[in-house]
Design a protein around this ligand. Structure first.
Ligand code: JFZ
Length: 436
């Protein structure tokens, strides 16, 4: 009897395992996250009717900088007349990014695909008059890039969403209306998941309500049934797969195994012609090096114009980034976080086999650079993407102490990259640091 019971409960447990994707093992998650962890660079794309006037995406009417009606007048100017998703995908690939994330619907509620849930889409309400998401997904896949779709959970246009603007609420407590909204929300997500089969869903706008009210856990489980290998960002009330650092470029390593910094090139997510406050390629590359040094990704944002063209400044930045990522590919893709700044005062990454340590030099050294606490013997040091071998020596090693000496590396001026130079240290075995 006992035996039968045991068998029974084992079968029940097993069945539970199979149907509930939330119970995946650490190893299974690692496998699902693998492409993301190796990709390092993604391109974020904020494209919507806000590009027509070049104003803040959604927030401009929420904050009362423009009336809702005037904001929505932009619908008539959103043409997508020169939208060339293949050209986008080629440029994204050229930048060195391995994935891209496009806004399918921002907080303003305007869907960029032909949604059957509601009327508010570029297909029904703008001169673009067509789905813009499917050709985007195809173009990315043709270039071997992973497809990410951004989706705002909150929808300030929907008649059943409790909040309209910062000053105007639709209702406070009305379970019938909220359930209607949730059904709409679920339906739009089902469309995105089943029609476009994204590799990544980038949620936003969960902050008005707690996880229970959004049904976040059930939603996550449902999405993983539609798309068993999809990756979810963290803005699903914590039911995501990776972290999104909140205060810009992290100072300290965020501590989570998977994370992604999303960042604008200037000070706007969407296209704003007046905003010329662009970060330089050098600044962006240094921030990118910082991210990968701490084991994260950078999701760098562009904002196409209403006709679908990418502003020239943004094209130039992506090209400059591409020059650098191509030259330094081995120090970027598939690597892991490097050593702490106690060992080397700059960003570092480590090859998958942990036998090559990459040092990122973001300024011109006045003397030799130094690595401390390296117990390994160094077999060779070379400049990445350049081929030059560098001379080095260890000083201060005491025969009676386990502490390694200081490794000094000569870096002559003529091997320096015009952005960030990368030095590869080929070690005699997996990285071994002192103390430890
Ligand atoms: C959100 C949006 O409101 C914004 O318009 C843009 O799309 C951006 C990518 O995402 O803004 C946020 C939301 C949360 C944080 C930062 C910006 N956060 O948690 O740090």
């Amino acid at each position: 009897m006992k035996r039968i019971l045991l068998l029974f409960s084992a079968a029940w447990l097993f069945a539970g395992r199979v149907s509930a994707p939330a119970q995946e093992t650490g190893q299974e998650k690692e496998k699902r996250m693998q492409w993301f962890a190796e990709a390092k660079l993604g391109i974020f794309i904020h494209w919507g009717i806000y590009a027509v006037k070049g104003i803040d995406e959604s927030w401009s009417f929420y904050n009362g900088y423009i009336s809702y009606d005037d904001y929505m007048e932009q619908l008539s100017g959103f043409t997508a007349a020169r939208y060339d998703p293949d050209a986008w995908a080629r440029l994204i690939r050229e930048s060195g990014a391995r994935y891209a994330v496009l806004t399918t619907k921002h907080h303003d509620g305007v869907a960029l695909w032909d949604t059957g849930a509601g009327e508010l889409s570029v297909v029904k309400k703008t001169p673009a008059r067509r789905d813009l998401i499917d050709p985007f997904c195809r173009a990315l896949r043709n270039q071997g890039l992973k497809v990410g779709l951004y989706f705002s959970s909150l929808d300030w246009s929907h008649p059943d969403y409790p909040i309209f603007t910062s000053k105007e609420k639709r209702y406070a407590d009305d379970p019938v209306r909220w359930d209607r909204f949730l059904a709409f929300h679920r339906r739009q997500l089902e469309e995105l998941a089943t029609r476009f089969k994204p590799d990544l869903l980038w949620f936003d706008g969960d902050w008005d309500f707690p996880a229970e009210k959004w049904n976040a856990k059930a939603l996550r489980d449902q999405i993983l049934r539609w798309l068993p290998s999809v990756i979810l960002n963290s803005r699903l009330n914590g039911y995501g797969d990776y972290d999104t650092p909140e205060q810009g470029v992290p100072i300290l390593p965020p501590g989570s195994r998977y994370w992604e910094l999303c960042m604008t090139m200037n000070d706007s997510w969407g296209y704003q012609g007046n905003d010329r406050n662009y970060k330089s390629p050098n600044q962006i590359i240094r921030i990118f090096a910082d991210c990968i040094s701490m084991g994260g990704n950078l999701l760098l944002d562009i904002g196409p114009k209403a006709d679908g063209t990418i502003p020239e400044e943004q094209v130039q930045i992506l090209r400059a980034l591409g020059q650098w990522t191509r030259k330094h590919a081995e120090a970027i893709y598939g690597t892991q976080s490097g050593v702490s700044p106690y060992y080397f005062r700059g960003p570092t990454t480590l090859s998958k086999d942990r036998r090559t340590l990459y040092l990122f030099l973001d300024s011109r050294p006045v003397g030799p650079i130094v690595v401390k606490g390296l117990k390994n013997k160094v077999n060779r040091i070379r400049v990445v993407g350049d081929g030059t071998k560098l001379s080095y020596k260890v000083i201060g090693k005491q025969y009676w102490s386990e502490a390694p000496g200081l490794l000094y590396i000569d870096v002559p001026g003529d091997v320096l990259d015009r952005q960030v130079t990368v030095i590869a240290l080929l070690l005699d075995g997996p990285l071994d640091l002192f103390p430890k």
